[in-house]
Design a protein around this ligand. Structure first.
Ligand code: DGY
Length: 338
């Protein structure tokens, strides 16, 4: 039997990153993108020393039941609501994520959605492709809302939120934000001169609002019917954070009834399903959770996940770069029967 550590990779990954893992460990990488049934997930995790998982893999107490081997779970993402950190910590398993390497690319994408939704890029393209242009176009068709000179709101001013805010200077925008607590002044200055306001003021005063907060039980439906009612009717809402932060049914109603100009959504409640009311609307730009999907960012995320696993298993020197439950490291590595 091989004494090499085993690493399970739950989804297809860049070949050079798999090769890097394979220099140090026996790698079992899934060749096809698919969802793993709970029983299969449990079995794959039970047979591995380390795992690299995606956001669709829910790693909770049930997935870890009877697991006496696994030492590290590295998430391919900065958000980690798919990991039950308490269960992982109880089991003595290190959890890691991929912060920072995706900040700028994800912020770029927030602006892509904001611009596309505000200026109706998706709907106009569908209309053109459907061959309607030769039928005639009025001077007052396709009127969008402007970004320049307006007020940008950011809900959730972490590292990605700040990268979104910084870009507002190019559009001469004032930036408002809400977090539980205001940022230090120096960070506000670096973030487009952003000003902290309470959440209701943010909703009322923002011409456009970008959501960048993590998903927690408290942030579920942080934007629901009541919050949407506070927003300006010509506002655009962008969600690059997580599905479930917005009440998608309430949002669809607001968009349909003209209480909000448009939305750009990369994430959805219950994705990969998308609320049918959203699919039926033309004033929403929809994308399949790809805000971090630039070639460079995704590659850097994969590399960071691999380094997390290799370091956690002691296969390369040093501490795992991005631990989420460092208490596990401090408590020393789990004694394992292999
Ligand atoms: C993240 O890293 O949390 C992103 O949503 C994944 O693309």
């Amino acid at each position: 039997m091989s004494s090499r550590k085993k690493v399970w990779v739950s989804r297809p990954l860049f070949p050079d990153v798999l090769a890097r893992l394979a220099e140090h460990a026996e790698v079992q990488a899934e060749a096809v993108e698919r969802r793993h049934a709970p029983e299969e997930l449990r079995a794959k995790l039970a047979a591995a020393d380390g795992a690299i998982v995606g956001l669709a893999d829910r790693i909770d107490a049930a997935a870890l039941e009877g697991n006496a081997r696994l030492r590290v779970v590295a998430n391919l993402g900065v958000g980690h609501d798919n990991l039950d950190l308490a269960a992982l910590t109880r089991a003595g398993i290190l959890a890691c994520n991929t912060p920072d390497v995706l900040n700028e690319s994800t912020a770029d994408y927030a602006w892509a959605l904001l611009l596309a939704a505000a200026r109706r890029v998706g709907a106009a393209e569908r209309w053109l492709r459907a061959g309607h242009w030769p039928e005639g176009m009025r001077f007052d068709d396709w009127l969008g809302v402007d970004l320049h000179g307006r007020t940008l709101g950011v809900l959730g001013m972490g590292r990605i939120g700040r990268a979104v805010a910084r870009r507002a200077a190019g559009f001469d925008m004032r930036v408002l934000y809400h977090n539980r607590a205001p940022l230090p002044e120096a960070l506000e200055r670096e973030s487009g001169g952003a000003e902290w306001v309470d959440k209701a003021t943010l909703l009322r005063q923002s011409d456009h609002l970008v959501l960048v907060l993590p998903y927690t039980p408290e942030s579920r439906h942080a934007i629901g019917a009541a919050e949407l009612a506070l927003m300006k009717p010509r506002a655009v809402l962008v969600n690059i954070a997580r599905g479930g932060i917005v009440d998608d049914a309430a949002l669809a109603a607001a968009l349909r009834e003209g209480r909000l100009a448009a939305a750009g959504l990369d994430v959805f409640e219950g994705e990969p399903r998308v609320h049918p009311d959203l699919l039926a609307l033309d004033n929403v730009v929809l994308s399949p959770h790809i805000a971090s999907a630039s070639a460079d960012a995704r590659h850097a995320m994969a590399e960071l996940a691999a380094e997390n696993v290799l370091a956690a298993l002691g296969l390369v020197p040093g501490r795992p770069p991005a631990p989420l439950n460092p208490a596990v490291l401090e408590a020393g590595r789990r004694a394992r029967k292999t």
